[in-house]
Design a protein around this ligand. Structure first.
Ligand code: ATP
Ligand code: MG
Length: 198
């Protein structure tokens, strides 16, 4: 059971695949806000990515687990994948609040994701469930947001999952953009090599 008043970060995303931009941002948010831990939550079907091809839930979950294995602050939750259907952050936060009674939740998202916060399901309820933390991302402005509760400037890493997938298809290197264990997993399972995903 969670100790009361723990400060717990929640980082939702498609993570197709998880990369060092995600990990550096999550680590910075932990330090900046003094969080006790950070839960990485891969989505099932992301509402804004419906119809796009993504690697299977199992592959994305496995890569997230490999990526955080060495960091005791980080864990991975499959609540969104287990619930199935379209992933809405309001459900993620309700489930994690139930699973972590007494915890104070901090939901972090990059500038690009937060720019559409007002379109998220039950947008008003969201802010009662968690503190929203916007993080900087190269190429995206945090300027015109619907006021997240906190802003954290994170090391500028211009890496995206789209770029990683493109690189794999093109035979370009991805090592150092993703954790080694993730690069090995992608190679072993022949992910992203042939698909049309963007
Ligand atoms: P894709 O290119 O497939 O959209 P992505 O790199 O944007 O992948 P997502 O899984 O879509 O990764 O993003 C999950 C969350 O991580 C979002 O809130 C996004 O803004 C944030 N994020 C992703 N990459 C970075 C980065 N390099 N720096 C800061 N935040 C990031
Ligand atoms: Mg994205």
């Amino acid at each position: 059971m969670t100790a009361p008043h723990q400060r717990v970060g929640v980082f939702g995303g498609t993570f197709d695949p998880i990369h060092h931009g995600h990990l550096a941002a999550a680590s910075e948010v932990c330090a900046a806000l003094g969080l006790d831990r950070m839960i990485v939550v891969p989505t099932h079907v992301q509402p804004f990515k419906q119809g796009e091809q993504v690697a299977s839930d199992e592959h994305r979950l496995a890569m997230c687990r490999l990526a955080v294995a060495d960091d005791p602050r980080f864990s991975v939750s499959s609540v969104d994948i287990d619930r199935g259907g379209t992933t809405y952050t309001v459900d993620t936060l309700r489930d994690l609040a139930n699973a972590n009674p007494g915890a104070q939740l901090y939901f972090m998202a990059g500038a690009d994701a937060l720019a559409r916060l007002s379109e998220w399901k039950d947008a008003e309820e969201l802010s009662t469930l968690a503190t929203f933390v916007g993080v900087t991302r190269p190429g995206h402005s945090l300027g015109q947001l619907d006021t997240p509760h906190a802003l954290v400037e994170v090391p500028a890493m211009a890496v995206s999952s789209t770029d990683v997938r493109r690189r794999v298809r093109a035979g370009a290197p991805i090592r150092y953009l993703v954790p080694s264990a993730v690069a090995d997993y992608i190679a072993q399972h022949d992910l992203y090599a042939g698909g049309l995903d963007d």
